[in-house]
Design a protein around this ligand. Structure first.
Ligand code: 4NP
Length: 167
């Protein structure tokens, strides 16, 4: 079986990329029946704490059948490094910021979200962009969510009974 694991998607503001990625992951995991994988998101910055996702992010997710309006931004905390298995960063700057906050020994491993999913590239910040930038972000994070689910399920085929939770 797929071992329980906890994923935290991290971007700068937690109002555009990481809530979209959280929504895409939740939707794809639910479709696949993978209830043992938990997902959350956070930002390295604190400017938008307590606020819902950017209205353009909400609208984009909604166009793809996913409701992220109920999410609220929060800032990454030191505790997250022990509570999550993976800190999935949207871009290289996020990854550097996350790594600079990481305790010397912690459960969570910090990586680029797209690379963790087996795909290429950072997820560029759409905040100062337009609707098409948000659509591009959705295409990226949803592809990563689908790839992650396929990989999690693939472990069932390739390593029956031997899931280690390190995917
Ligand atoms: P996010 O986008 O990191 O994808 O949530 C941003 C949101 C807000 C800001 C920057 C990026 N900001 O500078 O306020």
């Amino acid at each position: 079986m797929v071992e329980p694991q906890r994923l935290l998607v991290v971007c700068l503001g937690n109002i555009c990329r990481s809530p979209m990625a959280e929504g895409a992951l939740r939707a794809r995991l639910e479709q696949a029946g993978l209830r043992q994988v938990e997902v959350d998101s956070a930002g390295t910055g604190d400017w938008h704490v307590g606020l819902p996702p950017d209205s353009r992010a909400i609208a984009t997710a909604r166009r793809h059948g996913v409701d992220i309006a109920g999410l609220r931004a929060r800032q990454l905390s030191k505790r997250d490094f022990d509570e999550f298995d993976w800190l999935l960063c949207a871009d290289h700057a996020n990854l550097r910021d996350v790594q600079s906050l990481a305790p010397r020994a912690s459960r969570g491993r910090s990586v680029l979200f797209m690379e963790w999913a087996g795909l290429a590239g950072p997820v560029p910040d759409p905040y100062t962009g337009n609707e098409s930038h948000f659509e591009q972000v959705w295409a990226q994070v949803d592809a990563a969510a689908q790839a992650a689910v396929a990989r999690l399920l693939g472990r069932l085929t390739h390593n029956p009974g031997q899931a280690t939770g390190d995917t």
